[in-house]
Design a protein around this ligand. Structure first.
Ligand SMILES: [Ca+2]
Ligand SMILES: [Ca+2]
Length: 297
């Protein structure tokens, strides 16, 4: 049952890397807890196609949860990406509670790394340090709504900063991305957060945005329809009402394009033919369209 409200609801939908053979579909969603609490969860189910072509999801099983479940209905994160190592990475937001992003006894404000069945890989950095710590791949994240691997196998995440300081990060094993101890933004109530600076012990973003664009999603392009954009990161912008392109070059990133759109952009994906699919947010006056972008004739 989905806990719908605020920023909570259905999150991501991702197919198993071996979907053709195993038929597994992965879904993330907000799940209610005791009292007025909730937390992100990831489930997987098997897609079964009947003789008449109709399909259904069978044997849905929750394989990961945010712990603890907390009050409020924001910053779930819960994007899913499979790596070239066959492992499942999940971005977990800090639920607007700040300090959990630095607390290794909670899995909020983290990127976690799990096996495709939700188990813990024995080569995780804190594998032998308890059930929650064992899940953690990186930490110090705020509201990470974008998670994607590039073709070289690097993991990137985009996340919403507070007042300023939206980030695109190159995600490394065991790295601490700083929130809420450092951020190129500041708290909404005006309190200062020190900016990222060299030798502060935190990994700075490769690219950041102030004023914010509110990155909703991240896709790294590998298609043939737009050859000049191969290995570019595409980010949907909510408050920015734009499709944003960032050029990636190995471990470096550089802002490239910011195309104004007609509404808040909720999601961006690449289709099998290399077209770019963009989903508008239905709220606040936009048309809620699904757009397919192809090169001009
Ligand atoms: Ca940061
Ligand atoms: Ca700051």
């Amino acid at each position: 049952k989905v806990a719908y409200g605020g920023q909570g609801g259905l999150g991501d939908v991702v197919l198993s890397p071996d979907f053709t053979n195993d038929g597994f579909v992965y879904l993330s969603f907000a799940e209610a807890g005791e009292g007025d609490t909730s937390g992100a969860a990831v489930a997987r189910a098997k897609m079964v196609t009947a003789a008449d072509g109709s399909a259904s999801l069978k044997d849905m099983q929750v394989i990961w949860r945010q712990e603890p479940k907390v009050s409020g209905k924001g910053h779930y994160g819960h994007r899913i990406a499979f790596g070239p190592d066959g492992m499942m990475y999940i971005s977990s937001g800090e639920r607007q509670k700040f300090d959990p992003a630095q607390d290794l006894e909670q899995n909020l404000g983290k990127i976690v790394r799990l096996t495709p069945t939700g188990g813990i890989p024995s080569d995780n950095p804190m594998y032998d340090q308890g059930r929650i710590k064992a899940q953690i791949w990186s930490y110090g994240h705020r509201n990470p709504l974008g998670l994607a691997f590039d073709s070289a196998g690097n993991l990137w995440n985009s996340e919403m900063g507070p007042k300023g300081g939206d980030e695109l990060n190159l995600v490394k094993r065991s790295a601490n991305y700083g929130y809420p101890k450092v951020s190129n933004g500041d708290h909404y109530d005006g309190r200062d957060i020190p900016d990222h600076s060299p030798e502060d012990g935190f990994v700075p973003p490769k690219v950041f945005w102030t004023p914010v664009i509110s990155p909703s999603s991240l896709m790294i392009y590998t298609g043939d329809l737009f050859p000049a954009w191969q290995n570019s990161a595409f980010i949907g912008a909510l408050s920015g009402q734009a499709l944003v392109r960032v050029k990636l070059d190995g471990e470096n990133a550089e802002k490239a394009d910011n195309w104004a759109m007609e509404g808040r952009i909720r999601e961006v994906e690449q289709g099998p033919d290399g077209a770019i699919w963009v989903l508008e947010d239905g709220a606040r006056g936009s048309k809620g369209r699904l757009l397919k972008l192809t090169p001009a004739k």
